[in-house]
Design a protein around this ligand. Structure first.
Ligand SMILES: [Cu+2]
Length: 343
């Protein structure tokens, strides 16, 4: 076992165990190819190390929207230009002691949330700085040559410019479409693409939740589940919202291997717009079921302050990380919050 592990982490890596019998529970120290020292009680699950580790803050990601570099073309159309760089050599500590080789768009999993208005022209300058071929396949309407499937974008700096009109209105995933597809997706090459209606939507506290899974031991089963990559993150760091304020969540299911996922909200129900393509909600519910890349928009307001769970009602997923908390604060600026309940 130890011999195999040593071979797996590479010729220049050194594995130091305090002694053989305690090896399973003791801190293990690894010296990487680059000389960096990693100490962990967790399993080392990937043979690839670099000094480049991903720092990812799910709280920042939650409300971060990227509108691109905006300019106006002579015909009046708004051009939004983005640069997206793919890499596949970074390491992320996805859970304490679990180091995972993430494949990233612009350095994070998920990649940046790209946002435009219907009819805008999108120009995505894609650079593949990875060691394998990668592409970007957007869900939505665009010409065949912009579909991110058949072009070859080589490793080590290959370039491609994706250009198409933003549409239809809604929330869409984008992801790499190189085979084996599940490998390129489960390592993290995906993100969210929001197309706003021209007339806009009602003002709201908006956020993005990508439901994802992490297969850290490569057995085509997920070991962890999450909203926005880090298991249990929003349980330990509740999302602060206000009473009587509209909350809008763009939710996208990117879990591989498991055929379904779902989203249950406590103490409330939400209006749900499947794919976000219709401006009238289809359901008023506290539970939606999502297959791979299925997505939609949830809207709700809390009347009562306090802590409320949200999680997969597939209990295995919530117990392996897909669970969070909304901390609903009394909105003192709202007239309705002056009422006292239960007194
Ligand atoms: Cu790829």
């Amino acid at each position: 076992m130890i011999l195999l592990l040593s071979v797996a982490i590479g010729i220049s890596a050194i594995v130091i165990f305090p002694n053989f019998s305690e090896a399973q529970s003791e801190l293990k120290t690894f010296v990487t190819h680059s000389g960096k020292i990693i100490r962990t009680t967790g399993e080392i699950i990937d043979p690839l190390y670099t000094v480049s580790t991903v720092e990812f803050d799910p709280m920042d990601y939650l409300r971060e929207f990227n509108y691109g570099q905006v300019s106006k073309l002579p015909d009046g159309i708004i051009l939004r230009e983005f640069t997206i760089i793919a890499e596949d050599d970074k390491i992320m500590e996805v859970s304490p002691g679990v180091f995972y080789n993430v494949w990233t768009y612009n350095g994070t999993v998920p990649g940046p949330t790209i946002r435009a208005t219907e009819g805008d022209l999108l120009r995505i300058n894609f650079i593949n700085n990875g060691s394998k071929e990668h592409t970007i396949h957007f869900h939505g309407i665009h010409p065949a040559g912009m579909d991110g499937v058949f072009e070859s974008i080589g490793s080590g700096g290959g370039k491609f410019v994706y250009e198409f009109e933003a549409g239809p209105v809604g929330v869409h995933p984008y992801h790499c479409h190189v085979m084996p597809l599940e490998e390129h997706i489960v390592h993290g090459l995906y993100g969210v693409f929001i197309v706003d209606p021209k007339e806009g939507r009602e003002p709201a506290d908006e956020m993005v939740m990508v439901l994802n899974g992490l297969d850290t031991d490569f057995d085509t089963e997920n070991n962890f589940y999450a909203a926005n990559t880090i298991p249990f993150y929003y349980q330990h760091h509740p999302i602060q919202i206000n009473t009587n304020e509209l909350i809008r969540i763009y939710v996208v299911n990117m879990v591989e291997f498991d055929p379904i996922n779902n989203f249950h909200l406590h103490g409330n129900l939400y209006n749900y717009y499947p794919t976000g393509t219709d401006l009238v909600p289809s359901f008023y519910t506290d539970m939606i079921t999502l297959s791979q890349t299925e997505r939609g928009i949830m809207e709700f307001e809390y009347t009562y302050p306090g802590k409320y769970l949200f999680h997969a009602h597939k209990v295995e997923f919530s117990e392996k990380g897909w669970v969070g908390i909304f901390l609903v604060n009394d909105n003192v600026e709202s007239d309705e919050s002056d009422e006292e309940y239960g007194s």
